[in-house]
Ligand binder design. Structure first.
Ligand code: HEM
Length: 512
């Protein structure tokens, strides 16, 4: 930022289209060359030429506009200091409820220790510096994640952390050593997921290898060919190859039992021949491997299918960015060696199911963190927007909306932290048995909250909540895309039902 100082009288002299200055937050801006480029037009700027336009500016713009256009700033007003707090990359927001309670100095939390805090710090800096800028660009232009970013995430083992705790992390240096792979638990996992979803680019968020997150763990546990297992693990965690999960079909979404893709053994028993289609396959457009659910003689089987002859992908246009790489996949007589089978033939259901808990946990982390960003945006906007002569926050009806939104977020986060803590102490088989229900209930509750929060937020922002650029873009994105969390990984009603059905399994026989 420029260090020159000016008096308010000096600024007032630059008051016409050929020489136009203004003041925003005690800083002086020379807008002469920006007049014709200003997205809000040149006329409005001429109306404020030479004056202090702070109130007008904050009534219409986000703070980050000033960061983006900081080259227009030529100095500050003599004897005055800017008041607006700019959050530096990696920084913590000072807006109430913008951060979970455990990140606020005033509060205690029983779950998070120093290593979770160190990871959060490093992760936020990494996301702010490397992920968010690309996420914002790709969300708009719809192109796929760059190899450069993948390499960067691989180098710091961010890719490996995204699979959650496990042996794949042992011996790895995570984000320059902030946490040991052996110590990484579900609360670290929560931190990684929540920090990553802050980049507010829902399509890119999935395009950022979420296909790997939901399929590579299954390969690690179930692929029978040990050599191939190690090879794929290494290829994917180093970012050289990409992998996705191919289960849903036009014929079957949450109803996995309805799938029609077939795998038939060749007469010599050495290969499967796969035929069928898969729909809504996240990352499918750019993947090298497809973990594919197929119908076999007496049930389902899950088979690892490398991209090759007979595998065809076409993009599906959805309401979020095509950066997600959502694909329609066709298998036309695709020949795959039998050792690409995962688990046992006809017993693929357990392979599919065992993955769901972690997928749903990650989705809960993401959607709950995004709700918090919406609360932050709404608090900031309500505090700065002047309407009918007063700030929005001065209207009781707006405060009621905010109270409801904050309560949803805080309740969801508290439940999420409790479940993450339980997962740390449950061995894998107990987790499968005990956590499916609670995670299903949390996911369905969190996405119902998302529905309520999106609705209130758009009403608070008005037309800006429906506009993809400017003040309301975070709200617009959330309102357009929160349904992905409500549908992907199990639809809201199906998961709510699962929660109750699982509870009934533990119901005592006696009439109570
Ligand atoms: C440093 C000075 C300024 C810069 C760099 C700037 C930049 C921008 C940018 C990037 C936008 C696009 C929307 C967004 O991203 O928020 C915009 C919109 C706009 N600006 Fe400015 N602006 C400045 C000052 C002002 C001032 C002082 C006024 C009014 C007196 C103004 C009025 C508007 C209006 C009316 C819009 C359209 C907003 C909307 O449709 O919601 N701008 N400006």
């Amino acid at each position: 930022m420029a260090t020159e100082t000016y008096t308010r009288d000096e600024v007032a002299k630059h008051n016409n289209a050929d020489d136009l200055w203004c003041i925003v937050d005690h800083r002086v801006y020379d807008l002469t060359d920006f007049l014709d480029a200003h997205p809000g037009g040149n006329v409005v700027l001429q109306q404020i030429a030479g004056t202090d336009a702070t109130d007008a500016f904050y009534n219409l713009h986000r703070q980050d506009v000033l960061q983006k256009y900081k080259s227009l700033c030529i100095g500050t007003i003599k004897g005055e200091t800017p008041e607006v707090v700019e959050v530096a990359p990696g920084g913590i927001s000072t807006v109430p409820y913008a951060e979970p309670l455990w990140l606020r100095a005033e509060f205690k939390n029983p779950f998070f220790n120093d290593s979770h805090r160190a990871l959060q710090k490093a992760m936020r800096l990494f996301v702010d510096t490397h992920i968010t800028p690309e996420a914002q660009q790709k969300e708009i232009d719809g192109t796929y994640i760059s190899q450069e970013l993948i390499d960067k995430m691989a180098e710091k083992n961010v890719l490996a952390m995204r699979l959650g705790p496990g042996k794949h992390l042992h011996g790895r240096t995570l984000l320059d050593g902030v946490v040991k792979g052996e110590d990484f638990d579900y609360l670290h996992d929560l931190v990684v997921c929540q920090e990553m979803s802050r980049s507010n680019a829902r399509g890119f968020q999935d395009g950022n290898l979420s296909g790997m997150v939901i399929s590579l763990t299954a390969v690690q546990v179930w692929l029978n060919n040990q050599k191939l297992k190690l090879q794929i693990n290494e290829e994917c965690l180093s970012g050289q190859k990409k992998i996705c999960l191919a289960i849903s079909e036009a014929f079957a979404g949450s109803d996995v039992a309805g799938i029609r893709t077939t795998a038939e053994k060749t007469p010599d028993g050495k290969h499967y021949i796969i035929n069928g289609t898969k729909k809504w396959i996240t990352n499918g457009m750019f993947c090298d491997y497809f973990v594919t659910a197929c119908k076999t003689k007496k049930g389902f089987s899950v088979i690892l299918v490398p991209k090759g002859e007979g595998v065809d992908v076409t993009p599906i246009k959805t309401s979020y960015s095509s950066a997600a790489g959502t694909a329609f996949v066709q298998y036309d007589n695709v020949k795959v060696p039998v050792d690409h089978l995962m688990g046992q033939e006809d017993k693929g259901f357990i392979v599919i199911m065992s993955n769901f808990n972690h997928e749903r946990f990650g989705m809960c982390c993401g959607v709950i963190r995004k709700q918090r960003s919406i609360v932050e945006e709404c608090l900031k906007w309500s505090n700065q927007r002047i309407i009918f002569g007063k700030r929005l926050i001065d209207q009781p009806v707006i405060r009621q909306k905010l109270a409801k939104m904050i309560s949803h977020v805080e309740a969801n986060q508290a439940w999420l932290e409790t479940l993450a803590y339980q997962m740390n102490y449950l061995p894998y088989d107990r987790q499968t048995k005990l956590m499916g229900g609670p995670l299903g209930l949390l996911k369905s509750h969190a996405t119902r909250s998302a529905h309520e929060i999106a609705d209130e937020a758009v009403n608070i922002f008005g037309g800006r909540g429906l506009t993809q650029t400017g003040m309301g873009r975070v709200i617009e994105m959330f309102n357009r895309t929160y349904k992905f969390d409500a549908i992907l990984g199990g639809a809201e009603e199906v998961l709510a039902d699962l929660g109750v059905r699982q509870a009934m399994k533990f119901m005592p026989n006696a009439k109570l």
